[in-house]
Design a protein around this ligand. Sequence first.
Ligand SMILES: [Zn+2]
Length: 134
Amino acid sequence: MTTFFHCPDYVTVGPFDFDIRHSTYREIRKETDEWGSFRPEELEIHIPKEAPEQLRLEVLLHELEHAICFCASLSDDSTEEDYVTKGTTWRLKMLIDNPDLLLMLLQRSVLAGSIKPTEISEFGDILSAEFQND
Ligand SMILES: [Zn+2]
């Protein structure tokens, strides 16, 4: 099986650290007929270890959206505008709080040919220079 980029061990959403578990379909489907599961009562997100990497990434992001809805108290009755307005605040905070998640997405961008590794290191050089001057 190919590696799942550098999937973080956990992702912080609001006040919670959700452990990322790599489970079998069988384990996941004990509770749901979906590809992954979000278990707020256990602070866990389960993604299928048998799935191709692209699907695993999508499932991870899907389950993180459930975590955002959980934190933002969004429900099935919420409107699209509720989802966008409240979700954006929590989503932005999640991205800021989880550089490992951003790195994983950057790795996916490199694999997709959307960015060259040298462009990432150039960006890192710019950031380093900017923060050394403070
Ligand atoms: Zn779902």
